[in-house]
Design a binder for this molecule. Structure first.
Ligand code: P6P
Length: 337
């Protein structure tokens, strides 16, 4: 007998007290928003009631990246879905320069929701998996008005995190601190059904994910690690490696949660002032918590990503995550260098 997302959350709430009703409402509303985004993504060039969804919106986001129409549609779906519920004080998104405070016409709650509404959107036009990444914090002081400062909490302060991957299946992956569960969208019923819980990442792997075209820009520890993988069984690792790079973090991380591997988007010399390409608050932190909850590890080469004290809403970070023994090896190469 299948277990719906709603039933899973109610049982987690009842049995383990990990999900107060406000957080359960938040997660159900986010899941419903992901269903709408999945529908629009699936329609592609056919367009949907959300309008023409392909191509660029002719604008740039705070990251200086060209926004796709679907980026903005997904962002609006998440904003509208979460404003009225009374569970949130504010939201932050890759697609918005500053935080979005819940308007006065709605009650405010104590939760803070951060998201990358459609990660990997350069893959939209070529029909490759993309996804929504989200992270949930609580306001520091429930009695004070919400501000951007409330979001400046390390990843260890997250109360929920997850993503929804829009691929051959639409799958919602979630943690509230009690392991990782996966829910597959049943389109006939229109509901997410529990398809895996207690997800575990193997500690070792033979598969690495990195954009090899950046090799000449990498720092020495990353070059050393990848060179050793490429030497295969004749080299110091004594085994052959495979490579995957989907250029959609959600799809690459989903593969790692499903069968192991190491994902790397390290700092490189192209923009030395930038810590990395990926964003800490709504990409690296939620993915790092999921990976750790599944027995993996996640560092920026020097320290555990979840321990990083944020200073800016859209700050970037170098990411090395996945199979624990591989992440520890890459990190040791950095700390020895
Ligand atoms: P590159 C997508 O734009 C993204 O933010 C991540 O989803 C992905 O891992 C990375 O950038 C891909 O970057 O430089 O390989 O195109």
């Amino acid at each position: 007998m299948s277990i719906s997302l709603t039933r899973y959350l109610v049982e987690q709430q009842r049995a383990k007290g990990r999900i107060p009703s406000e957080l359960r409402l938040l997660l159900e509303v986010v899941a419903r928003a992901c269903k709408s985004i999945s529908h629009a993504v699936n329609k592609g060039a056919l367009g949907s009631e959300l309008g023409d969804v392909m191509g660029s919106a002719g604008s740039e986001n705070v990251q200086g990246e060209v926004q796709k129409k679907l980026d903005i549609i997904a962002n609006d779906v998440l904003i509208e879905a979460n404003e009225w519920g009374g569970h949130l004080a504010a939201m932050a998104s890759e697609e918005m320069d500053s935080i979005h405070v819940v308007p006065n016409r709605y009650p405010q709650g104590e939760y803070l929701l951060m998201f990358d509404p459609l990660d990997g959107s350069s893959n939209i036009d070529v029909n490759v998996s993309i996804g929504t990444i989200f992270s949930v914090l609580k306001k520091v002081d429930p009695n004070k008005g919400v501000s951007e400062d409330d979001f400046m909490q390390p990843g260890t302060a997250q109360v929920a995190a997850g993503y929804c991957v829009y691929g051959p299946q639409t799958t919602l992956v979630l943690t509230v601190g009690d392991g990782v569960a996966m829910f597959t969208l049943d389109r006939e019923q229109g509901s997410f059904v529990l398809t895996q819980e207690n997800v575990r990442i193997p500690a070792d792997t033979k598969e690495f994910a990195i954009n090899m075209s950046n090799m000449r820009h990498w720092d020495e520890p990353v070059k050393r690690y990848i060179d050793e993988c490429l030497l295969g069984e004749e080299g110091p690792r004594g085994k052959n490696f495979n490579m995957r790079w989907i250029a959609s973090m959600v799809a690459d991380v989903h593969r790692i949660l499903t069968r192991g591997g190491v994902f790397m988007y390290p700092w490189d010399k192209r923009e030395p002032g930038k810590a990395g390409k990926l964003r800490l608050m709504y990409e690296a932190n939620p993915m790092s918590w999921l990976v750790e909850q599944a027995g993996g590890a996640s560092t920026n080469g020097q320290q555990r990503i979840l321990d990083i004290q944020p200073t800016q809403l859209h700050q970037r970070v170098s990411v090395i995550l996945g199979s624990k023994n591989e992440v520890e090896r890459v990190t040791s190469y950095h700390t020895k260098a």
